[in-house]
Write a protein that binds this ligand. Sequence first.
Ligand code: GLC
Length: 811
Amino acid sequence: MFKKILTSLRFLGFSQSLLTLLSTLKRDFTAWRYRTPKNKEPKQKPGPLRSTSITSHGRAFEFTHASLEIHFLKPDLVCLTWGPGKKSPAYAVTDQGWPEVPVESQQTAQGGYALSSEELRIIISSYGEITFLDLEGKTIRTELPPRKIGPSWEHDAVLTEEQRLHGLGEKASPLNLRDANPEGKKATFEIRNQDIGGHYESGDDPLYLNVPLYISRMGDKGYLVFYENPFRGTFTFDHPTQETPKARASFQGGMLRYYFTFGSLPHLIQRYTELTGRPPLPPAWSLGYHQSRWGYKTTDDIQDVLKGFEEHDLPLSAIHLDIDYMRGYRIFTVDQERYPDLSDLADQLHEQEIHLVTIIDPGVKKDSEYFLYQEGIKGNYFCTLPNGKPVTAQVWPGWCAFPDFSHQETRAWWGSQYKKLLQKGVDGFWHDMNEPAAFTAWGEPTLPLPTQYRLEGLGGDHLQVNNLYGLLMNKAGCEGLTEHQPEKRPWLLSRSGWAGNQRYAWNWTGDVNTSWETLRQTLTIMLNLGLSGIPYTGSDIGGFGGHPSPELFTRWFQLAAFTPFFRGHSATGTPRREPWVYGEPYTSIIRKFLKLRYQLLPYLYTLAWKSHQTGHPLMRPLFWSYGDDPTMADVTDQYLLGEDLLVVPIMEENQTAKQVSLPPGEWISYWDDTAHQGPQKIKLDISLERIPLFVRAGCVLPTAADGTLHCHLYLPTDTSTEPVKSVLYQDAGDGYGPRRLDQFYLERSRRGIHLTWEEMGKYPFPHQTLSLHLHTPDHFSGAKIDGVEVEMEENKLQTEPFRDAMFMFQK
Ligand code: GLC
């Protein structure tokens, strides 16, 4: 409470803090006025099975107190729905028109049923216990009969000691969610999107973006369960030391519908994103560096920042305008005094290949003179109280009404508003405060629970829609951008979201505190988001509201250079934090990492393309690829960026040595080509200039600089005979025009090293020159490109595109 008051005074000032107090009282009064009687119903199990029938994709069951439908979407992907319960529109799940899956169904000797597909067997007991088995008869998961308590469901699954759990979205916890309570007790997490209020630390829960799915993992295999229930919920995971440990999911309403799939981690995310949608390919510029700050108040401020980037020789891809660009924080307006000519600013930025992103909050200022408010009232687009009046609450502009994004007409109306800013040259939008946030002095910082939503005609309250609000605002924005600029890829950044958010927007981890501890926590949050189907994430470099030491800022920057979303951002009132403000040696170190990021863009863009194909995150824990090696099971302070880069951020103050866990295979230092054989732990000396960075031997790492594509050939030293394949995806960087895929096959023989290049697609080779660089201790007597001898200099050569390159070993 004290923390909340201080944050409120700091960011809102005295008079708005008073209004916040008033808004909170109003919220409490609303909650009291429309209170519903407390549920006193006892817990109810499904009871005995009464009847069952075959359905097109599985089987339906009628128990005495509940119904169950089992629906196979794939032989290894199944949807289970326990009823009764209130329906929600299928916002997360994309309609796949799943083809019929052959399912055999048999009665068991105990009076239950067994359903089998080609890959999975499910046994449903006559009392509603469910066991999932593989075809060898090994149990993958056992569920106890669920319990209904009034409108809520509670669902337990048995856990073994070894199972590690991940997921649930943005969780400031250890990567293994079961470790969240180190004292051997239950780890409890809420699924309730909320603005954590200015800053958060490890252990704070819930945060802005929750996803009701978890992955249970043993070694490199496991299962994923996604509860398609938007109601607020709670997940409780028993610590392995507890007797008969369980995982419990409970929701405050709705049907108990969930999807189950199993296999390796990449397979789980692939299936989950087949169900909930893949992230679209982003515009290439979004993978560069973004500069932001709450406090760039005028065009002049932006001009100064641009000058700073130029003077310090720092590349930049986007500038973000926080709330100060608007007229009194009125959404879809521009303050004419502070930003008299936004189009002109956008033009200037575009000339330098810098993009403009503006913040959009959902709260619409209650102002009868303001067009958006007038339109919202006229069109009935706002969320209401049960008496039909728009709900109002305090946010930055003061009293605001909130669009009901669960209504198609509201989404279309909202989506059409972006046009004005697009016409002024804005390239992307930053959706903030969309949990939705409301300033409150105590209690939940959101709209009152009796708030009414259309929910596509089904009708619902805030308990049901709170978690969907951000997702649906992103849907509205994304659809609007697609409609008004069909030739461009929409780019949205969002603080909140839910399952399926990857289809619409990127995410950043919000108002994280400034500390070494939160730097470490940030890495875990990002890895866990990837395991929740959200691949594009990043953090405010240095934390949101504090003043990082030069060392902390530099270390945070070094990590951020290897995260999908790479943005410097800080709160108003904090000391400035552009990449040069700390002076030397920090600026030079930061410049080096910034430039390295730009060099790596061909690799990152290819990862983005792969993610679009598979849903796979760009940042992955080591056990993603090497889960069968027990030494990789709990490594969470380093990660893989794609398959080929191993990133070891330094996240301790004054660290002079670091123990690095190398996964199986050979790993070559990016900095000096030293090769190390994994799996092993190695101790490295650490300086501020670098973080350990390794490349997987057996890949072609593409980088680009000054019009040249550099293909770095990293070779394993053993004489493996199988050629290894690497791919490079390229296109115009935006839009939906032609594309190309370059496939490189790298092979070592007794005579030398052989590289074959296969080109596919219509997009012309976009680089002026091409350079090949061999990273290997071998010495070469010469090289041939398509059979013609060429000069090599220190394991490097320049060439035109080719089909076949041969590097001959010195005898
Ligand atoms: C929220 C956002 C933060 C932004 C601020 C002002 O706190 O999380 O990034 O700067 O609002 O818009």
